[in-house]
Design a protein around this ligand. Structure first.
Ligand code: M6R
Length: 625
């Protein structure tokens, strides 16, 4: 939630670097955007900010540039906002400054004690210009600057003291007019440091060699990935100082922290649209590659084994997750139960407030970003109660990855569209492999062998769905329906939930997903001849037979039925339309069926002209509870 990019050392290129960084971060929020620049000799930090998406800010900056009045400086920071305190407006946009304009701050997170700080500062004469919690930070720093011990040549102690007074979650970057250094701190919100290649030798927290290029602070790597692939993931409580000479990271005690510089292994091009109209469509089409990456080196079909870099054989499993990741968790729980391990999936926000006993449970946090506050909170709760934790995530170096005992990376590559697509498929696939590895430990060899070849064929089967899907034509037929319903049983129940979430999230249409058997217990009252029902029915076993019974119930109420099927159950006899998938066992059929539903959601939303990659009110990374 909210995106930060800041840099020192890009010279005349600073403003363009910031705007480029913002364009890579606007998946984190897009209510408003702003920049702040300063350079040697300046008395104030120059700030430009605008309500609305990044283009609104771009237009202002272009006009300023044409007039020779663009903000200038060699030290800069920028922010894209997802509102928590105060409506989207120019005034509430970041960066925020103190009364004098000497201190500018960008922030991601929530300052929980902001009201008390604001009252205290207001009583001391500070005038606030926004409704945000963030604005207390520059004023607090200003207050400390005015103290007797302040040395204008070194603002760091005052900034550290201000940060120490903040309660809540934050990643902050602070710039001081005329000071060619940026200061960053994090607590429960991500902040990464990007260092240019020659700085790599400074690992260990020593100051790097004299300037080898620029240094960056950002909420996420894509913001500076075009300039460097070398990254330091800051930990909670750490304080970073970056300048033209390099960088240092210190702990709350001021001591230098031993950090390591990691190299990210994905290409900057991975964060572009590559000719697709939307990131979401690009990411849907990237699924075959994402699944190959996810499975690489993990599935040995010849040897009949799954080999993962995590080794678990738990007595019980509890999954915690939110949104789409929760649907993957429901899917994972079903597969663990099939492997003979009692497993439950919990909404992370509910788990944290009312945690079940953990005993000998392995608690698995499923989170593509690894930064979702609700999920982190649930994992911390589980850990504090003695559970072993495992992060199933896409993001190397994320908070979940670092805080959990074990990590299972889903390796789908960066996902930019707010709607999770390829990460869901990769979560399903990684959890499938994890459950198989447990079945293998328990010598349920039959389960493993039967599933390995399906896993190996999965990327190709997804490609076949993408190549042959008729979802676009179908979406055309049903665009504007008053409601859409999705049903499925067993591993297809989470697919039904996910189909509905995707459709409502990006098309703003009303959609609900149900376990097939539940329709007749209430939701059937909503089914009419105008409400399409998407039924996921694969194979020809007892679950398919039961779901066909539920299909007949809606068919006899004249609802248009769309069967998502491999054709084996002959459900098409009762359906008006078919979305076909290749034959596959249920656990991989669930991935294939979901791809068809992703395409339906995408094309309905596209036909309605919705802002697909940035649906209203949503953000990619939800770092508040
Ligand atoms: O990063 P996470 O996987 O933890 O995110 C969880 C949800 O916020 C996320 O899946 C959300 O529901 C997506 N926008 C759905 O498309």
């Amino acid at each position: 939630m909210c995106g930060i990019i800041a840099c020192v050392g890009r010279g005349d290129d600073t403003l363009d670097t910031l705007v480029h960084g913002l364009s890579k971060l606007d998946y984190r929020g897009y209510d408003s955007a702003g920049v702040a620049l300063t350079g040697s000799g300046d008395d104030t930090v120059e700030v430009v900010k605008r309500q609305g998406q990044l283009d609104a800010l771009r237009r202002v900056l272009e006009t300023a540039r044409a007039d020779g009045a663009e903000p200038r400086g060699t030290v800069g920071m920028a922010h894209t906002r997802w509102s928590t305190h105060g409506a989207p407006s120019d005034a509430n946009a970041h960066p925020h400054t103190d009364c004098t304009g000497r201190v500018a701050v960008v922030h991601n997170g929530i300052i929980e004690n902001y009201q008390a700080l604001r009252d205290e500062l207001a009583a001391n004469g500070h005038e606030f210009r926004s409704e945000t919690d963030t604005e207390v930070i520059p004023h607090l720093i200003e207050e400390l600057f005015d103290g007797p011990e302040y040395d204008p040549a070194d603002p760091e102690p005052a900034i550290r003291e201000a940060v120490a007074r903040l309660e809540g979650s934050f990643a902050v970057v602070v710039s001081v007019a005329g000071v060619e250094t940026l200061f960053g701190a994090r607590q429960d919100n991500p902040l990464v440091l990007g260092t240019s290649p020659r700085d790599a030798g400074s690992a260990g927290g020593e100051r790097s060699e004299p300037r080898a290029g620029a240094t960056y602070l950002a909420s996420d790597v894509p913001a500076f990935r075009a300039f460097t692939d070398r990254v330091v993931y800051l930990e909670n409580g750490e304080f970073a100082r970056i300048d033209a000479e390099g960088w240092t990271v210190t702990g709350t005690d001021g001591e230098v922290v031993q950090t390591s510089v990691e190299t990210v292994d994905w290409d900057p091009e991975d964060t572009g649209k590559s000719g697709y109209d939307h990131f979401m469509l690009k990411e849907i089409h990237e699924q075959p590659r994402a699944l190959r990456q996810c499975l690489q080196g993990r599935v040995d079909e010849m040897g009949g084994r799954v080999t993962l870099d995590v080794d678990v054989d738990p007595e019980r499993v509890q999954f915690v997750a939110c949104g789409t990741s929760y649907h993957a968790a429901l899917y994972g729980a079903e597969l663990f139960r099939q492997a003979g391990v009692p497993a439950q999936a919990f909404l992370a926000s509910e788990y944290a407030t009312s945690p079940p006993p953990v005993d000998d449970a392995l608690v698995i946090g499923v989170t593509q970003s690894g930064e979702t506050a609700d999920t982190l909170s649930a994992l911390r709760e589980a850990r504090s109660r003695g559970a072993r934790t495992l992060a199933c995530t896409n993001t190397v170096g994320s908070t979940a990855a670092r805080e959990c005992d074990d990590v299972l990376y889903i390796r789908s590559g960066p996902e930019i569209g707010v709607a999770a697509t390829k990460t869901f498929a990769a979560q399903q696939t990684a959890l499938n492999a994890l459950a198989l590895s447990v079945a293998q430990e328990r010598r349920r060899a039959g389960d493993v062998r039967d599933s390995l070849s399906a896993l190996r064929e999965l990327p190709g089967d997804v490609q076949a769905v993408l190549d042959e899907s008729n979802a676009e034509a179908l979406a055309e037929e049903f665009v504007g329906a008053p409601s859409y319903f999705f049903i499925g049983r067993g591993v297809h129940f989470p697919v039904a939930l996910e189909g509905a979430l995707k459709l409502k999230e990006i098309s703003y249409g009303h959609a609900e997903g149900f376990a097939s058997g539940e329709l007749k217990h209430g939701p059937l009252a909503l089914v009419t001849d105008e409400t399409p029902v998407f039924a996921v029915v694969t194979g020809d076993g007892p679950l398919a037979t039961k779901t066909i019974g539920n299909v007949k119930e809606v068919e006899s109420r004249d609802a248009p039925v769309v069967a998502v099927t491999d054709g084996r159950s002959k459900v098409e006899r009762y359906a008006d339309h078919v979305l076909e998938i290749p034959e596959a066992p249920p656990r991989t059929a669930a991935v294939l069926a979901n791809v068809q539903l992703q395409l339906v959601a995408y094309h309905v939303a596209d036909r309605l002209g919705r802002p697909i990659d940035k649906p209203r009110n949503l953000a990619k990374s939800v770092t508040v509870e």
